[in-house]
Design a protein around this ligand. Structure first.
Ligand code: IPM
Ligand code: MN
Length: 357
């Protein structure tokens, strides 16, 4: 029987609660679809800092590099805000992305019919939304040098660098093109080419690449306009291709179209090694330990792990269907409260999903 090796990083905040749900889901699916799954849990984020004074310990990174896929919950807590930047849980996450060379972050945003009423936007605006944000993840202003804070006598000066090389833009564009070809062949590349040189290079490179694919319809949009269009008429988008920081911001924005950021999964990939599958949301320390978090974004990330990371398509389909069924039976965690549904806990939501598998 096929055995898949998964590393599970449950991280901080609500991480352990939502991880518990995904762990049970994976085991049940492996049983049903006849494959073995070995889940190894490793410390990562704030909890790893507590033990090793390092949010991304080498032992954890090594395990991640040698498994089939990594399932990550979330990291971070305000209690680490005072730490030097490189020791903060978020820096651990950036190190994981960079060490595994996960340059492509895929964030699908699809409206589930059963959740249309949970969005803060009108039904007419969101009903046909089905888009993917393709975010460059290992370069741009997140990683650019020089960066730092200079202390002068009476003032401080802080600076970061937004930087892209042609090859970095090309490889993420290639990913967006391949995704668009399996969808509706439309790519909207989002930049700020009216102000930033780095966006001018971005636009030129994306346009050059798209010319090689006659079936691809490429459009360009400034990021401020894209933010507006995502609220005004989100169903105009198919694939949104953008840089690291614009993708970070626009994907949170797009998440709210689906009713709650607690619904959005993601995959961080390269062309060769294991991918990292994680919800888009953070660790929500304010609700941690109360068993009220929404485990669905992580469960949907688990479905992406099955589909993309392990090629277990049937199991992935089954899981997504199970989640749809639970939602259409009007069970919700409190973030999705629409006044007409039964509000259940995180673990109860897990049980409901398991029942439908
Ligand atoms: C995300 C998160 C991270 C990011 C943080 C936690 C570093 O917001 O995955 O979107 O900014 O990339
Ligand atoms: Mn983010």
């Amino acid at each position: 029987m096929l055995t898949h090796k998964i590393v599970l990083l449950s991280g901080d905040g609500i991480g352990p609660e939502i991880s518990e749900v995904s762990k049970k889901i994976l085991l049940k699916l492996s049983d049903k679809f006849n494959f073995n799954i070995e889940i190894e849990e490793e410390l990562f984020g704030g909890i790893a800092f507590e033990k090793f004074e390092d949010p991304a310990p080498k032992s954890t990174l090594d395990k991640c590099k040698s498994c089939d896929a990594v399932l990550l919950a979330c990291v971070g807590d305000s209690k680490y805000d005072q730490l030097p930047r490189e020791l903060r849980p978020e820096s651990g996450l950036l190190k994981l992305r960079s060490d595994l060379n996960l340059f492509a972050n895929i964030r699908p945003v699809k409206i589930r019919n059963s959740l249309i009423e949970s969005s803060s936007l009108k039904k007419e605006v969101i009903q046909n939304v089905d888009l993917v944000v393709v975010r460059e993840l290992t370069s741009g202003i997140y990683f650019g040098e020089p960066r730092g804070i200079i202390k002068n006598k009476n003032k401080e000066r802080a600076f970061n660098t937004m930087v892209y090389n042609t090859d970095e833009i090309e490889r993420i564009t290639e990913i967006a093109i391949q995704i668009a070809k399996k969808r509706n062949n439309r790519i909207c590349s989002v930049d700020k080419a009216n102000v930033l040189e780095v966006s001018q290079l971005w636009r030129k490179t994306v346009e050059n690449m798209a010319k090689n694919y006659k079936e691809i319809h490429l459009s360009n949009m400034y990021v401020d306009n894209a933010a507006m269009q995502l609220i005004r008429d989100p169903s105009q988008f198919d694939v949104i291709l953008t840089n690291n920081i614009f993708g970070d911001i626009l994907s949170d924005l797009a998440a709210m179209l689906t009713g709650s950021i607690g619904m959005l999964p993601s995959a961080s990939l390269n062309n060769i090694g294991p991918g990292v599958f994680e919800p888009v949301h953070g660790s929500a320390p304010d609700i941690a330990g109360r068993n009220i978090a929404n485990p669905i974004a992580m469960a949907l990330s688990t479905a992406m792990l099955l589909r993309i990371g392990l090629n277990q398509i049937q199991a992935a389909d089954n899981l997504e269907l199970a989640i749809d069924k639970v939602l259409s039976k009007r069970f919700r965690t409190s973030d999705l409260d629409d006044g007409k549904s039964e509000i259940i806990s995180c673990s109860k939501m897990g049980e409901k999903i398991l029942e439908e598998i």
